[in-house]
Design a protein around this ligand. Structure first.
Ligand code: ZN
Length: 131
């Protein structure tokens, strides 16, 4: 049986940049994940990755703009501190189609806690290379 392997973040980051440099714009999280996985599997065919992880990493890349394909602003329940360790939490924000910033998740600055809008409702994203 094949052994599934989780690619290290740095490799995912590089693969995302490579894919977006090539296509300049990708209109769905699933398609981005497919392309990134294809890139990663050139190196190790057992690599697996979820579209959510790809999106989270893409959000950290300054050369990439992530837009939410919605006009509505979504009200996530406001979290003041990490529900696990009670440390400071940072908001992940992106812009929607009308240029309004919306919160798409939270990340703890201490422990590994992360939450994502996907846990509450399905979202569509667009990824644009600005590099
Ligand atoms: Zn925490």
């Amino acid at each position: 049986m094949d052994e599934r392997r989780i690619p290290p973040k740095q490799k995912v980051l590089t693969a995302i940049k490579k894919v977006l440099k090539r296509y300049l714009k990708i209109e769905s999280q699933d398609r981005l994940a497919d392309e990134v996985l294809r890139e990663l599997r050139k190196e190790d065919k057992n690599y697996v990755i979820t579209p959510t992880r790809v999106k989270r990493i893409a959000l950290e890349i300054p050369e990439i703009e992530v837009k939410a394909k919605t006009k509505k602003s979504i009200n996530l329940q406001k979290i003041e501190k990490c529900p696990i360790c009670e440390n400071e939490i940072v908001e992940r924000k992106i812009k929607n189609l009308v240029g309004k910033e919306i919160i798409v998740g939270y990340k703890c600055t201490k422990c590994g806690y992360e939450s994502d809008l996907e846990a509450f409702m399905p979202m569509k994203y667009e990824f644009v290379w600005k590099g």
